[in-house]
Design a protein around this ligand. Sequence first.
Ligand SMILES: Nc1ncnc2c1ncn2[C@@H]1O[C@H](COP(=O)(O)OP(=O)(O)OP(=O)(O)O)[C@@H](O)[C@H]1O
Length: 313
Amino acid sequence: MSLPSQSVALLQAARELVQNLPADAVLLLTETSLPWEDVARILGDCKLLVAAVNPALTRSLRDREGWIVVDVDSEPRPTQERMNAALLRAVTEKHLQPGAHVVALYNGIATLEDGPEPIDTLSVIHLGEHLERLTPQDLRVLADAAPLDVLRAVVELATEIGREGREGQPIGTILVVGDTRKVLSLSRFQNFNPFRGYSRAERDVRKRDVREQIKEIAKLDGAILISRDGIAEAACLHLNARTDGVNLRKGFGSRHLAAAAISKHTNAVAFAVSQSSGSVRVFKKGEEVLHIEPLARPHIWQPFRLETHEPER
Ligand SMILES: Nc1ncnc2c1ncn2[C@@H]1O[C@H](COP(=O)(O)OP(=O)(O)OP(=O)(O)O)[C@@H](O)[C@H]1O
């Protein structure tokens, strides 16, 4: 197998951009297997991150010195989202600095129904302030509330709810993670619990399809409670923790206040997704410890810049 000439040209362009801009790394998001020796030869000493839809494609690369395999889930999702997820993961795993410049190669123009497609697009991505907000240290601040993989899944869920809304409408919610018994004792159900009757596997937020279901549930009024091992336990909760002594900056309303208060009176962390801005604020012990501006809301979040270059023919 040899590299198609278009891929050769794109890889050469990526290498030149890394040297001349300069940029920090090449991110290769591939849907097909590639002759990796050729890729290595063309990219030379560029730092390379490889993310593949099918994990079998990158299995042989895991032990390769200097190459970094970034895991992305294999569920069908738009390329832009997959790339954002790969970049976010590369940052949280410390392969990239939050302010890094990355040359990304991927298939941006789908021509087949659902078959794997060759890379055809090159983008220069300047990771901006939105990612600076989400370093591994930040996640570690939350680490005693739940294991890292659960926190990552909840961060992803919260930012997606903030970014996407539902049926074209922005939505807000509160996701409370951990200390379930105490949280329930300080809450009341506003409606039937929609998670009732489902198995643990069907409520595990580490699974993408479960997160998709939860996005639907997030439309309902009230908070969603997730156990520290990542199982969605309850929704439609009105949080009743006392709010006196909770100091929030001006401009926050009752949703953020309720999130801060529940985190003050329990060992849970609370993610408030703002309906008005799409931002996610995480509270622990009554204080805001993390602020995440969702990616790919380009009309609002200017720091994320994307420049697309067509390959020269
Ligand atoms: N104690 C609570 N428990 C659960 N949800 C609550 C609670 N208080 C308010 N909410 C939710 O927050 C909504 C009102 O949000 P409000 O605009 O007052 O807050 P906010 O902090 O400004 O949030 P946003 O940025 O989303 O507007 C309510 O409709 C309800 O869904």
